[in-house]
Design a protein around this ligand. Structure first.
Ligand SMILES: *Cc1c(COP(=O)(O)O)cnc(C)c1O
Length: 382
């Protein structure tokens, strides 16, 4: 067989550690795309460390591009943003570590409240006024207040005036992956009801917000005063209808390259056997770094999913099971020297897989690909 480069004659190149590089220009371009779809304000949602790409980096890029608010899951995530010097208003909506009312007031972190019990607790704890967004269940039975309890929630919020300051009313669209406005109409009606009841109860100048990325891109009826954009910042349109800019590139080096004769069993359980003489390269990332093991079924090459990565401008198939720390790639006649950079995913398309490709190969959504990149992987910013 002919090899472009025989590995034993190649001097060791400098290895490059697996690195996830965040592309702030892509985040900015995605914010611009959202802005072209709405006149509402934009909240940049940077939960889960900015969908894996760095909360502060993504937040700063989004704010510079015209987002005005930030959204997080837990008030504790907001502290890191404040520590980075970010002044924009921040909303925290689930607070799994609990709400420290004094800290929320001091750090000016708004708290979403979706139950009478939570609101009672917040009012009891608040020394300085805490800014609150009342959260209505608009069809998920997840975070928001059930319709039947909304009047009680409003009454309690009125009684708590001075300890809490109600500044917003929010909901969340359950049909995040549908581009069909009819799928949102029940949630939109519920949101209007929530807003109107709050206005009747005497609350004024409320910021009303319901839509996330998909609603923002596909259904103006969901926009109200603000849209909350997370996936869209990092280049994911859950509705799959609007091309956005991938905002991350995951690269890793070839760690080993070898010749493999036809009939060589590759990796755990021998799920792949080479059909011809070829070259195999080991790349030093695995499921411990977030590479989905779901690729490596019984069918051998990328479980027949077509999973592969880019090396030297060509897509090469992943063969055998994904291991904890490594994957094996069949590069055919080409022997890539140790240290050659491989692109696991990136925004370019073509030979470079996108996070959407990975999601398809692993039968998941792109969100889990970007949020799943593990802590061993170094981070950089372009
Ligand atoms: C995650 C989240 C968002 C952002 O959703 P995307 O589809 O990622 O834009 C908005 N609002 C709430 C309440 C969320 O939990």
């Amino acid at each position: 067989m002919t090899a472009v480069l025989a590995p034993e004659r190649v001097t060791l190149s400098r290895m490059h550690a697996p690195t996830l590089c965040t592309l702030p220009d892509a985040v900015a371009a995605n914010v611009a795309r959202i802005r072209s779809a709405t006149t509402a304000r934009i909240m940049a949602v940077v939960k889960a460390d900015g969908y894996g790409l760095g909360a502060v980096t993504v937040a700063q890029a989004a704010l510079a591009a015209g987002a005005e608010w930030l959204g997080v899951t837990d008030a504790a995530e907001a502290v890191a943003l404040r520590d980075a010097g970010i002044e924009a208003p921040i909303l925290a909506w689930l607070n799994p570590s609990g709400v420290d009312a004094a800290q929320a007031a001091a750090d000016r972190v708004d708290i979403a409240v979706g139950s009478v019990e939570e609101l009672r607790q917040l009012i009891a704890d608040a020394a300085a006024p805490v800014r609150v967004h009342l959260s209505m269940d608009t069809g998920m039975a997840r975070g928001g207040c059930p319709l039947d309890d909304w009047a009680d929630l409003l009454r309690l919020a009125r009684a708590g005036a001075g300890r809490i300051d109600v500044v917003g009313v929010m909901g969340h669209l359950p049909r995040a992956d549908e581009a069909d406005p009819r799928a949102n109409s029940a949630a939109v009606l519920r949101m209007r009801h929530a807003r109107d009841a709050a206005l009747r109860a005497g609350f004024g100048s409320l910021l009303v917000h319901l839509a996330a990325t998909s609603g923002a891109l596909t259904d103006p009826a969901t926009h109200f005063d603000m849209v909350r954009i997370g996936a869209g910042l990092v280049g994911i349109d859950p509705s799959g209808t609007v091309p956005l800019h991938g905002a991350a590139r995951l690269t890793a080096s070839v760690v080993h390259t070898r010749v493999a004769r036809a009939g060589t069993s590759v990796g755990y359980d021998g799920v792949h056997v080479t059909e011809r003489d070829t070259h195999l390269s080991v790349i030093g990332v695995g499921y411990g770094d977030g590479i989905p093991r779901e690729l490596s079924g019984e069918a051998g090459i990328g479980a027949g999913t077509g999973a592969g990565i880019e090396i030297g401008g060509t897509r090469h198939p992943i063969v055998g099971r994904v291991s904890m720390d490594q994957i094996v790639v069949d590069t055919g006649d080409v022997a890539f020297p140790r240290g050659t950079e491989a692109t696991v995913f990136g925004p370019e398309g073509g030979a470079v897989p996108t996070v959407q490709d990975w999601a398809r190969w692993a039968a998941t959504i792109p969100h889990t690909i970007v949020t799943g990149v593990g802590p061993r992987v170094q981070r950089s910013v372009a």
